[in-house]
Design a protein around this ligand. Structure first.
Ligand code: ADP
Ligand code: 5GP
Length: 208
């Protein structure tokens, strides 16, 4: 690895594309990878667990965290807010661990701008809009109306794929997970990570 600092891997894409599924698989396969647990003001759903899927916050608590600058990024979706706690990400990366973010597109673009040299971004696209629709409905976690709303926003979101470092069509899960794993490995060799070493090389005496 070019330096000891961990990478920040952002997985983004429209709701229902498979971000959560891909992230869960990655966590099983990548030893040095930590998952960043977000804060949200949305209500708990069946299967949610405080401190495992999210840290559930009131609107007031979330506002306080914004004022105290405790988010690396945050965004609003359908009247609820989601944010990435900054401290966890920083601590883990400084300790040499890679950090995985499963976040929607507004937040992803913020992280990509703020933490440029540290971030590697991956956008997941559906093989077809029809397939995205059946995944979103098939998951059954939202009411059909809410699922339809999420599906409609996907039409605008797919265009954002152009701004990411990598784009993967999440057709076969196994291929997607292996591709993301390879991208994470390659992220350790981003040129920004070699800047300190390059500077040190230039200062070395030319006296072989
Ligand atoms: P997101 O986190 O992006 O909202 P999920 O991970 O919850 O999406 O996935 C939505 C649904 O699609 C889930 O039911 C999941 O099992 C399914 N899914 C994810 N990836 C694939 C894939 N490659 N092929 C078929 N179904 C998938
Ligand atoms: P859900 O309500 O289905 O758990 O998540 C809705 C969306 O919020 C998902 O697309 C997920 O990627 C996104 N999300 C989860 N945590 C964060 C976060 O910390 N920041 C941002 N910007 N989006 C998040």
């Amino acid at each position: 690895m070019n330096n000891r600092r961990g990478s920040l891997l952002v997985i983004s894409g429209p709701s229902g594309i498979g971000k959560g599924t891909v992230c869960a698989e990655l966590m099983k396969r990548c030893e040095r990878l930590c998952f960043s647990i977000s804060c949200t003001t949305r209500p708990m759903r069946p299967g949610d667990e405080e401190g495992v899927t999210y840290f559930f916050k009131t609107e007031e608590e979330f506002d306080r965290m914004i004022r105290e600058d405790r988010f690396l990024e945050y965004a609003g979706m359908y009247g609820k807010r989601y944010g990435t706690p900054r401290a966890f990400v920083q601590e883990k990366m400084e300790a040499g661990m890679d950090v995985l973010l499963d976040i929607e597109t507004q937040g992803a673009l913020q992280v990509m701008q703020k933490a440029k040299g540290d971030v590697t971004s991956v956008f997941l696209l559906p093989p077809s809009m029809q397939e995205l629709h059946s995944r979103l409905i098939g998951r059954g976690t939202e009411t059909p109306e809410k699922a339809e709303m999420r599906f409609k926003s996907a039409y605008n979101e797919v265009d954002l794929a152009r701004q990411y470092d990598f784009v993967i069509v999440n057709d076969r899960l196994e291929e997607t997970v292996e591709a993301v794993k390879a991208i994470l490995e390659a992220s350790h060799y981003r040129p920004e990570r070699a800047y300190t070493h390059i500077d040190a090389l230039k200062k070395e005496e030319t006296n072989p």
